[in-house]
Write a protein that binds this ligand. Structure first.
Ligand code: ZN
Length: 184
């Protein structure tokens, strides 16, 4: 299909709540291909539909590493059904070119979704792996939540944003994660 323009932090679609997919139609298969093409072109690990300006509940992930080869995955109408533990790591996002900061995430998640063939599946990602973190990061995009909303230190994150000419942290968007952080 084609490589799309990735929206950057500050563009309104990134803060919108995306709509459920009612049918895995050709439109959705085309969207999935565009997401993969765009993600691979930018060497990303995951990409969510709102990042290319389509506010539908779809994201793709390829969390393969040399040590652990994994299949590329498609998540349509995903729901995180179980989450536990906490982990901190540096995270970035294709919508925030070059900006990385420490964020807190659940260590283990279980997610239910539909694949590109319209088949439901459940996947468990444990141990704070790249896959576990990518699932949470991409799933957030569908609710207009961005990785910086989970930052460990808002002042540090703001410095990074400023350095890369991105808009500042939106204080009203910061998530209250004291309970999660207390598990670190
Ligand atoms: Zn992202």
């Amino acid at each position: 299909m084609s490589i799309k323009r990735v929206l950057h932090y500050g563009e309104p679609s990134l803060r919108e709540k995306s709509k459920e997919v009612h049918k895995v139609s050709k439109k959705i298969s085309d969207l999935v291909r565009d997401l993969f093409d765009t993600m691979y072109a930018q060497n990303g690990v995951g990409l969510a539909a709102p990042q290319i300006g389509v506010n539908l509940r779809v994201f793709v992930i390829d969390a393969s590493t040399k040590e652990e080869p994994l299949e590329p995955m498609v998540f349509i109408n995903p729901k995180i059904i179980k989450k536990s533990g906490a982990v901190v790591s540096q995270e970035g996002c294709l919508s925030f070119p070059e900006a990385y900061t420490d964020v807190v995430r659940y260590k283990d998640v279980m997610v239910k979704a539909t694949n590109e063939h319209g088949k439901p599946f459940v996947i468990e990602a444990k141990g704070g792996t790249l896959l576990a973190r990518a699932i949470q990061h991409e799933n957030d995009h569908l609710d207009g939540i961005l990785f910086i909303d989970h930052c460990m230190n808002r002042f540090e994150a703001d410095e990074v944003l400023k350095k890369y000419n991105l808009p500042a942290i939106e204080p009203d968007k910061l998530l209250d994660e004291e309970e999660l952080k207390s598990q670190l």
